[in-house]
Design a protein around this ligand. Structure first.
Ligand code: ZN
Length: 645
């Protein structure tokens, strides 16, 4: 058979009527300016069809996913399960594995292999129905691959799976049920052939319930079934209440991978509108879009605990007082700040995703190679920084060495709201609180900022947006704090330690009468400089301190020196003394160094006191001890020495 192709040529195009076009030459054309337009990156979704069942033939699942996700602004690619190329999956923002009502879903081991790899590498997956859970019941332990598929993709137990179910019933609060569409408590559901062991619906039991802990291993049953039956007889309520139709999971072990598991055929939801909304919410949660938005959300502000300000002796020189106030909250460089997430009482406990935001905050500071170290510990009694997530209790941290005055059972830091869904600043909030823990105050309270507040407006604003009383607003905003002026401080309005302020709260500088003051996101250049000034990278070139020899300190105010304590060959384990000699104010910390980490043994701070810093400690020969001394001030420069005896 010949197919005739019609080819258009120029002759086919219409020409204007005769006489309308003159013979005069047209003026030269101006060159068009093509602005280099930045195209928004298109979002991509891959839909994989795994439905080879020719007997039922009613399945429209893959086209349903395709149409809804396209309408969300995604470019959608469609592939068949036996033809998909796994190495291309990482290009997509979302992958949908759609089985519809197929009774032989995910039958090929290669399919299971791909899904396991994808989710453990942090993939974002919607897995739809099929007879997956029933298959899983029979084979989900027979091989390592099948076990991994059951535990890492489905998060399901090996219990019997029922197929005869009622409507979907909301069980657990979850963004998939609310954002951006509020889904009904009951989603009407009609399987094509109830209880026929096809992929119409499964009642899945999940590992979280088995372990009795909703955070282990990370799956949430969002909707379960209004009833579950077997051959016309109802199943026990205790089983029904833990048999789910809609399951979501995310896992840190899986690199933040997220999965939404529809244990039913999406087409069997009665209302096409609800089908659509459920898919939208699921994709939205997988991509975490619109969950991070400050629309209609108050900017929430850190509220530092009020601690009594240190009273210095009368008559102390102003410069000395300033040096002491500037330095006395800072840690001795090289200190390892151990931190712990509290689990008790239960309202202090935070979820894995919240903890991750805080760990990421520590990593922000860590990434700049500072000499101050952070280490997570599991036992609160080993932790200097004790972190809670008590809701409604504000977000705060004590400042620097003030932490040492906090009782061993108390928090030193709290996050009072959801850092992901209720805080547009997220990681900046955790980085800010850790900045306090490191000893940094609020930058907007720096007297060098030159800020003059419209105080009445500030008190009103903080009261209406944060619910703060006047004392709290004074403590966190209006009060001026002695600046860190080792290097001559200026105002850094992009500091991570600076609040945002809306127009009209600041009288001076003038422009903030009409303009919002919004610090840039993230940690600023000066924050990094400051952190590295107080906590420079540790170089481990210690000066040696030998018994009975005076070593000059030779430091400028704010500087620190680390001494390696050297016990002579004939010396033994006994109590040794170490002290400064000369008229000066210092803070002295004794560490034992093990495996490159410093453990603080003792500390003494003689600032504004009449005595000199002095530690007595039993030293054991063979162990490595470091004595760190930071100078506040000395009366005669170069006069102070340090001695071990
Ligand atoms: Zn703060």
């Amino acid at each position: 058979m010949n197919i005739e192709l019609k080819v258009h040529s120029n002759e086919d195009l219409e020409v204007p009527p005769e006489g309308e076009v003159t013979h005069k030459a047209a003026p030269p054309r101006k060159e068009a300016i093509i602005a280099p337009e930045e195209l928004p990156k298109r979002k991509l979704a891959l839909i994989i069809q795994d439905d080879n069942d020719i007997y039922f033939g009613d399945d429209q699942s893959a086209p349903t996913f395709m149409s809804v996700i396209k309408d969300m602004g995604y470019d959608v690619k469609f592939e068949k399960a036996n033809e998909t190329i796994y190495t291309t999956w990482k290009r997509y923002d979302v992958v949908v594995w759609s089985c519809g009502d197929d009774y032989s879903a995910i039958n090929a081991p290669i399919s299971r292999q791909m899904l396991v790899e994808y989710v453990t590498k942090g993939g974002r997956l919607i897995l739809e129905s099929g007879n997956i859970a029933a298959w899983n019941k029979e084979f989900g332990g027979a091989t390592i691959l099948n076990l991994r598929f059951r535990q890492n993709v489905l998060y399901a137990t090996k219990n019997w799976v029922y197929h005869d179910v009622g409507d979907l019933t909301l069980k657990t609060e979850h963004p998939i049920a609310t954002i951006p569409n509020a889904l009904p408590e009951t989603i009407e559901f009609t399987p094509t052939k109830p209880g026929d062991r096809s992929g119409d619906a499964n009642a899945v039991r999940i590992l979280s319930d088995l372990n009795g802990d909703n955070h282990v291993p990370g799956a949430t049953g969002i909707y379960n079934w209004s009833y579950v039956a077997y051959e016309g007889r109802l199943v026990n309520e205790s089983v029904t209440s833990k048999s789910y139709g809609l399951i979501a999971s995310e896992s840190e072990e899986n690199n933040g991978g997220r999965i939404v598991y529809f244990a039913f055929d999406i087409d069997d939801i009665d209302s096409p509108d609800i089908q659509r909304k459920l898919i939208q919410n699921s994709v939205n949660w997988l991509r975490e879009e619109e969950t991070i938005s400050d629309e209609g959300m108050h900017m929430r502000l850190c509220n530092m605990p009020k601690v009594p300000e240190r009273v210095l002796p009368k008559g102390i020189e102003a410069t000395v007082a300033r040096l002491i106030r500037m330095l006395d909250k800072k840690w001795v460089n090289g200190t390892e700040l151990t931190y712990c997430f509290l689990n008790q009482p239960s309202n202090f406990a935070g979820s894995d995703e919240q903890k991750k935001v805080v760990r990421d905050g520590f990593n922000v500071w860590k990434s700049h190679g500072i000499g101050l170290k952070f280490g997570e510990v599991s036992n609160p009694s080993d932790a200097m920084v004790r972190i809670g997530f008590k809701r409604g209790d504000g977000t705060w941290s004590y400042v620097g060495r003030d932490l040492l005055d906090v009782g061993p059972d108390e928090r030193t830091m709290n996050f009072g709201w959801d850092l992901i869904r209720e805080d547009p600043r997220g990681i900046d909030t955790s980085t800010h609180e850790i900045g306090h823990t490191m000893g940094f105050p609020h930058e907007h309270q720096n007297p060098k900022s030159g800020i003059e507040w419209n105080e009445d407006a500030v008190y009103d604003w903080a009261s209406s947006t944060q619910g703060w009383d006047r004392d709290t607003t004074y403590w966190n905003i209006i009060r001026k704090i002695e600046p860190d002026d080792v290097e001559g401080s200026s105002w850094d309005l992009d500091s991570i330690m600076h609040y945002p302020f809306k127009a009209g709260l600041i009288n001076k500088p003038d422009k903030y009468k009409t303009q919002d003051l919004i610090p840039a996101a993230g940690i600023s250049e000066r924050d990094i400089t400051w952190a590295r000034t107080f906590y420079p990278p540790i170089e481990n070139d210690y000066e040696e301190l030998k018994i009975d020899r005076l070593v000059p300190l030779s430091l400028s105010p704010g500087e620190q020196k680390d001494f390696l304590l050297v016990l002579e060959d004939d010396s033994c384990t006994r109590t040794y003394n170490m002290a400064t000699v000369g008229k000066s104010d210092t803070v002295m910390v004794l560490f034992e160094e093990k495996n490159g980490k410093r453990h603080q043994l003792a500390a003494n701070d003689d600032s504004a006191e009449d005595y000199n810093a002095h530690i007595s400690w039993e030293l054991t020969k063979g162990k490595k001890y470091i004595l760190s001394i930071r100078l506040y001030h000395e009366w005669v420069k170069g006069e102070t020495t340090v001695k071990l005896w």
